[in-house]
Design a binder for this molecule. Structure first.
Ligand code: 7B0
Ligand code: CA
Ligand code: CA
Ligand code: ZN
Length: 407
């Protein structure tokens, strides 16, 4: 189990202090941050998650969540000791985006991310090809960069997928995808290990699966702790994938919940677009994509399927396959110092991307929960952390690419 520390300093980034009538955009009956005691086991955390509360982290038997009033009431009714820490700031007016706040301007906005991808194509035309998996709810392109020798040609090489920023506020993950692009392109000419990986595979990178949410999270020049997409009250795209959707108490059916699963599998255009694109990589009956990492923050974990059940094996996941997930997950974790575990060791999630990728396509699909370990600084590390915390995953990324080659 992950252990994390929760400090007042970190929470300050998340909260609107409600004391002294300070002006803030928090709604009176809006979501708040709570500490829930007596939640040391995965089963207890699943009970918490089942209410629709959004689990931020858990340490020493206490779990920090964002919950609406109804969810908080439900937690109390379940007998948990629930302590309110403060309200979450959510903008209600126009959603305008200029840039990240001071101290964070090294992060890439949507427009800046697009520019980075275009620069990669301009600088490395034979190694890259820019495309899109489709559009977000608000119509932004879900850009997709291919990296390979002869990138313009669909060669018969194993394919690898990296996806980032399903969750809006997890901005460090967008930087992780951009790091992969930058390192594999700029290192190609001089680094023989990179050349080998790039020559023998076709690597696809989606820096933002949730650009609408990401832009909303930084709108108006402050952070808003936003997680979901921007369809209605928001769907958690990582509860909207079409395998065992809504099966097991690992998501919520309530629209206001942070883990709202949507009205149907793939009702979120972002999850549907990426899934349809992955399905389109099944050619002549053979799925081309062999390995995948979906980057998230935070907790420093390497997670593998299934998330919907505590069981180590299940229909469609044999003991030998579970063993291989574990071996590969541990190998990667040994390079970055993260904790390797099955996804449900954290809490049950249903409709998450990894379960669908594995069950539907037999893609060796992992979630990485990046820096930090704990809620300080939570979702919002300063931009000085971008280089160290993305570089930290270079070796794990190479292992994942190599795993597509070796099978
Ligand atoms: C989530 O805090 C997903 C594991 C999927 N197999 C973990 C992820 O969607 O709950 N954690 S997070 O929200 N980034
Ligand atoms: Ca190639
Ligand atoms: Ca191919
Ligand atoms: Zn996430």
């Amino acid at each position: 189990m992950r252990t994390r520390t929760c400090t007042a300093a970190a929470l300050a980034a998340l909260l609107v202090l409600t004391t002294g009538g300070q002006a803030g955009a928090a709604q009176p009956d809006g979501p708040q941050v709570y500490e829930v005691a007596g939640t040391g086991s995965a089963q207890q955390r699943t009970e918490v998650a089942r209410t629709g509360a959004d689990i931020l982290d858990s340490t020493g038997g206490t779990t920090t969540v964002i919950a609406g009033p109804a969810e908080a009431a439900q937690l109390r009714a379940l007998g948990f000791d629930v302590k309110a820490l403060g309200k979450v700031d959510r903008p209600q007016g126009a959603e305008t985006v200029e840039d990240f706040p001071a101290g964070y301007t090294g992060y890439h906005t949507y427009a800046e991310t697009q520019t980075e991808l275009q620069k990669a194509v301009a600088n490395y035309p034979s190694l890259t090809k820019l495309g899109s998996a489709g559009n977000s709810y608000q119509g932004r392109a879900l850009s997709l960069l291919k990296i390979s020798d002869n990138a313009a040609t669909d060669e018969n090489e194993p394919e690898v997928l990296f996806t980032c920023n399903q969750h809006a506020r997890e901005h460090l993950t967008t930087e992780m995808c951009l790091r992969i692009v930058q390192r594999l392109t700029s290192g190609y000419a001089t680094d023989s290990a990179i050349k080998r990986l790039v020559d023998s595979t076709e690597i696809w990178v989606v820096p933002s699966v949730n650009p609408d949410g990401s832009e909303y999270d930084i709108s108006g020049g402050t952070f808003h702790s936003w997680r979901k997409n921007r369809q209605g009250s928001g769907t958690d795209t990582n509860r909207n994938w079409g395998y065992q959707w809504g099966c097991c108490g690992g998501s919520s059916g309530s629209t206001s919940s942070e883990t709202y699963r949507g009205t149907a599998p793939f009702s979120a255009p972002e999850a549907k677009a990426v899934a349809d694109w992955v399905t389109s990589r099944k050619i002549g009956g053979v799925q081309q994509i062999k390995t995948h990492i979906d980057f998230h923050t935070y907790s420093e974990l390497v997670l593998w399927p299934f998330g919907y059940t505590y069981a180590d094996t299940a229909p469609g996941l044999t003991a030998a396959e579970a063993q291989k997930f574990q071996t590969l997950g541990r190998q990667m974790a040994a390079t970055n110092g993260y904790t390797p575990q099955q996804s449900s060791d954290l809490y049950i999630t249903d409709g998450s991307v990894n379960d669908w990728m594995w069950a539907t396509h037999k893609i060796w699909s992992f979630t990485f929960e990046m820096y930090p370990k704990g809620s300080n600084p939570g979702f919002y590390p300063r931009d000085t952390q971008i280089v160290p915390q993305t570089t930290r995953n270079d070796k794990a990324v190479d292992i994942l690419i190599n795993a597509a080659i070796t099978g």
